[in-house]
Design a protein around this ligand. Structure first.
Ligand code: ATP
Ligand code: MN
Length: 464
């Protein structure tokens, strides 16, 4: 009888008692006495480790000694009912092969209970902890859930470019992409770097957003979304900002601001429910380990409507609140995260969607309201996070959009392709950007954005 290779997740969910199987994975712990060894084996397929029981009389002493925390093994044995608590089945081990030793003297994860800060310094190994196994399985589920949400609603996934020739979008400072030799750059007559000699024959950057391209596609395919990496060269050293992060940007023809809010709310609620339905073990662990109110908070979002109000109403609430803020609030200034969190956590105690922001603090492409002072912007604010989504109804009128670009000194020739959509068959449309790692912060209850992306890029840090 040859042993069937199975993942631990499958063994635990199907309990194939009496079967001889093969499992492979990394050793979390080895305990035991002089007669028997208990090995906790984790292969990443589930939060749980599988217990392997080895009667020492049947094995070489030397091979058992090499079963150390962090080592990789392949084992065969019979699935039997587990007498210990917690698990339904365990493996009565028959053969054991060491695939990779792990020197207990130098393996950094020998002990449990390392700080998240320490684990960030060994990001190449932190996947092997309970915490990061849970976080990255949830990250996968959220990514899959996003595609499923849109696919089920007839949206098309558009791959917007990562290298862009326009730097006019204004969402943030950009990283230059260039093959010019920085020590000896070609110069023009004025002594400035001559980018016509660069790889693309012009200056290029990493994108800050896929929105403008998504708009082009929406004006033909109707409902589209992008889901890709975006880059911001801002020196924001906070627990909510990365220099490289992933963004989901739906764009929908014929949607106005109301439908845009409905879509954002439906999507967030769908994703949180998707996590509750599909990541139970991992969420329960995170709830116990880091944040005792996590599951309650997720359930609350699934069950309750978001509060919707205008920026102007929000400013009034903040001014009347009597709360002490580091930054003063006044109509016309951008809300700081302390203000956003006051509204969500103290005042409404639920997610909030703010609309109709002053035009001067928002991007050029947002649709102007009748009042001439505010635009049809919408930000979705979440507990513990602040802004999780930023979006708007777009200005679809060619003349108004051009006038706004001139006012904001945005070079028309660079964005002629964007203006063309308003020239040829324009229509009302709307969309938004959801920061994937901000969603991950909310769903996992982790408090630092560096802990929800495998390899965080932040100021002064791009190590592996
Ligand atoms: P913030 O004010 O929080 O810096 P923003 O207004 O600059 O964000 P947008 O340009 O509206 O952000 O981007 C849309 C979404 O992308 C935000 O709502 C947020 O979820 C996410 N996001 C923006 N900047 C970052 C960043 N540096 N790191 C991670 N996520 C980000
Ligand atoms: Mn924003």
């Amino acid at each position: 009888m040859s042993a069937l290779y199975m993942k631990v997740a499958e063994v635990l969910s199907t309990s194939p008692k009496g079967k001889e199987i093969c499992v492979k994975g990394w050793v979390r712990t080895r305990r035991g006495n002089k007669n028997v060894a208990f090995i906790a084996l984790n292969d990443g397929s589930t939060f749980y480790s599988l217990q392997l029981v080895a009667e020492l009389s049947g094995f070489d002493e030397e091979i058992i000694r090499r079963v150390t925390t962090g080592s990789c093994i392949s084992a065969t044995g019979v699935v039997v009912e587990s007498l210990g608590s917690g698990q339904t089945v365990e493996i009565q081990m028959q053969t054991l092969e060491i695939l990779g030793d792990s020197d207990p003297e130098s393996y950094p994860l020998q002990k449990k209970g390392h700080s998240l800060e320490f684990l960030r310094e060994i990001a190449h190994l932190r996947f092997r902890t309970n915490t990061f196994g849970a976080v990255f399985r949830i990250r996968h589920a959220m990514s899959f859930g996003i595609h499923k949400f849109f696919n089920d609603r007839g949206f098309f996934h558009i791959h917007s470019p990562i290298i862009t020739g326009s730097d006019a979008e204004g969402a943030g400072a950009m990283f230059r992409v260039s093959t010019i030799d920085p020590a000896n750059p070609p110069k023009d007559e004025a002594g400035k770097i001559d980018y016509s000699e660069d790889f693309f024959g012009q200056a290029t950057n990493l994108t800050v957003s896929g929105q403008l391209e998504a708009e082009l596609a929406a004006m033909a395919l109707g409902q589209v979304y992008t889901f890709g990496p975006t880059f911001r060269a801002e020196n924001s050293n906070t627990t909510r900002h990365l220099a490289e992060f992933w963004m989901i940007e739906p764009e929908v023809a014929f949607n106005e601001i109301k439908e845009n809010m409905d879509l954002a709310e439906d999507m967030l609620r769908y994703l949180v429910r998707y996590a509750l339905d599909n990541c139970k073990d991992d969420l329960e662990f995170l709830n116990g380990q880091y944040d005792k109110e996590l599951l309650e908070r997720l359930q609350f979002v699934v069950e309750n409507d978001f509060e919707r109000l205008t920026y102007t109403e929000a400013v009034e609430i903040l001014k009347k609140s009597g709360a002490k803020f580091e930054y003063p609030v006044d109509w016309g200034t951008d809300l700081q995260s302390e203000h956003e969190r006051y509204l969500v956590e103290k005042h409404f105690k639920k997610p909030v969607i703010l609309t109709d922001y002053p035009k001067d603090i928002k991007a050029f492409y947002m649709k102007m309201n009748e009042d001439g002072k505010t635009v049809r912007a919408m930000d979705v604010l979440f507990p513990g996070i602040g802004e999780i989504i930023g979006g708007s109804q777009r200005e679809e009128n060619y003349d108004k959009l051009r006038a706004r670009m001139q006012e904001m000194h945005i070079p028309e020739e660079e964005l002629y392709w964007y203006l063309d959509t308003r020239k040829f068959g324009t229509c009302p449309h709307a969309g938004f950007g959801l920061g994937f790692e901000r969603l991950m912060l909310f769903v996992t209850g982790m408090s630092n954005i560096r802990d929800v992306i495998p390899f965080p890029r932040t100021p002064q840090n791009a190590a592996f």
